[in-house]
Design a protein around this ligand. Structure first.
Ligand code: DX5
Ligand code: ZN
Length: 234
């Protein structure tokens, strides 16, 4: 079970009055990451989303634990680490220890359902929030076996692997499905959506019951990033 520190973070996220905005630094200049995380706070966003890709689970490579460890020195915002890697159960502890506040992973990339459950437990033992991700091509029911343990269900509205893709509105049905379940079963996991989110579709995202919206290109490529953060965080 989650410890006191992460329960406090979960409560703060849960009690937020607006949809929380988590800019993805995947769309930032990789030579200026410290500046990027400082900007995320200056623009009024709530969380820093860090996309970790291994070139195997997805056909792209980004960064690993050292980046998370070093970014930790430059921001006091929660670091939300989205692992798009094979066998995430082998690495979740090291990302948690590197300074992630939230660690999410794709459960089908684990060796088995048991190891996905183990990964959630390991993240909790490190005092961090844990979540499972449903990729755009994965079935809606993918997260069901983990709802008793997960703090977050992250729903992809693009196929994981690259920033700047167009938003798949049909994936929001998955968010509505998990919003209904948490109400029916009186559960308190957070619902996060990732991919192609912008000010133009934020109302639709929020209406699906979403608590946290990840936005990469919409924020980092905006002429006025602070205005874009405000437009998403409704
Ligand atoms: C995709 C990543 C997303 C993505 C978001 O694999 O998980 O976080 O970078 O970027 P945009 O908002 O540009 O789709
Ligand atoms: Zn992501």
């Amino acid at each position: 079970m989650a410890n006191e520190t992460c329960l406090q973070l979960k409560k703060a996220l849960y009690d937020a009055r607006h949809m929380l905005v988590a800019p993805s630094i995947l769309s930032a200049d990789f030579g200026k990451m410290a500046e990027a995380v400082a900007n995320v706070k200056r623009w009024g966003a709530d969380i820093v989303h860090c996309d970790v890709m291994d070139g195997v689970y997805v056909p792209n490579i980004t960064f690993g634990m050292p980046m998370v460890r070093d970014l930790r020195k430059y921001t006091d915002l929660p670091l939300d680490v989205h692992l798009m890697i094979t066998r995430p159960e082998k690495f979740v502890k090291r990302f948690a220890e590197a300074g992630a506040d939230i660690v999410t992973f794709h459960p089908e990339a684990c060796e088995s359902k048991a190891s996905a459950n183990d990964a959630l437990d390991i993240i909790h033992e490190c005092g961090k929030l844990a979540g499972v991700v449903i990729n755009a091509d994965m079935p809606t029911e993918l997260a069901l076996p983990y709802l008793d343990r997960a703090d977050i269900v992250l729903i992809m509205t693009v196929q994981a692997g690259f920033g700047g893709q167009s938003f798949k509105a049909e994936c929001l049905e998955k968010a509505k499905y998990y919003d209904d379940i948490r109400r029916e079963r009186k559960l308190n996991y957070l619902i996060e959506v990732d991919g192609g989110v912008c000010g133009g579709n934020a109302a639709q995202v929020k209406a699906a019951g979403v608590d946290i919206a990840v936005a990469g290109s919409a924020v980092f490529k905006a002429t006025d990033p602070a205005a874009e953060v405000k437009a998403i965080g409704i």
